[in-house]
Ligand binder design. Structure first.
Ligand code: THU
Length: 144
């Protein structure tokens, strides 16, 4: 999608879905809860939360949970993702995606036409293109 097509209404709906998903976040170790709502080009919204593990490294971030839910259901073209997060589920700061999640986005998304919405509330949010948060990224294009 082009940035002009990403309306305030689309952003706010995604942010609300992410906020609703926050209670499902499984974080007995960090207590840092993250949730995401991923908008596919099909129109379907896939939500995700972070899921931690006693062995730590199997932990999956909220963003990747959302991507993997979508791709595993045959949906792999995307326009935008909203992300919220905070200690004990209290969303006070913007929560940027980790490097691994940015790399997963690069696998499926056009860096100029996929948008990351970081939100503190449905009213307070920032929008970045994937290219802005992952410049000079390695992508499937490099393997062609
Ligand atoms: N986390 C996410 O879910 N997404 C991110 O992009 C940043 C980090 C999670 C992983 C872990 O469960 C907790 O936040 C603390 O790192």
């Amino acid at each position: 999608m082009q940035r002009e097509e990403l309306t305030k209404e689309i952003c706010q709906n995604l942010i609300k879905e992410a906020i609703q998903t926050l209670p499902y976040s499984y974080t007995p170790y960090s207590h840092f809860k993250v949730a995401a709502a991923l908008l596919a080009k099909s129109g379907t919204v896939y939500t995700g939360c972070n899921i931690e593990n006693a062995s730590y490294t199997p932990t999956n971030c909220a963003e990747r949970t959302a991507f993997f839910k979508a791709v595993s259901e045959g949906d792999s073209h995307f326009d935008a993702i909203a992300i919220v997060g905070g200690k004990e589920g209290k969303v006070e700061e913007f929560c940027p995606p980790c490097g691994v999640c940015r790399q997963v986005m690069a696998e499926f998304c056009n860096p100029k036409e996929f948008f990351i919405i970081l939100a503190r509330s449905p009213e307070e949010f920032q929008i970045y293109s994937l290219e802005e948060i992952l410049p000079f990224g390695f992508s499937p294009e490099h393997l062609k």
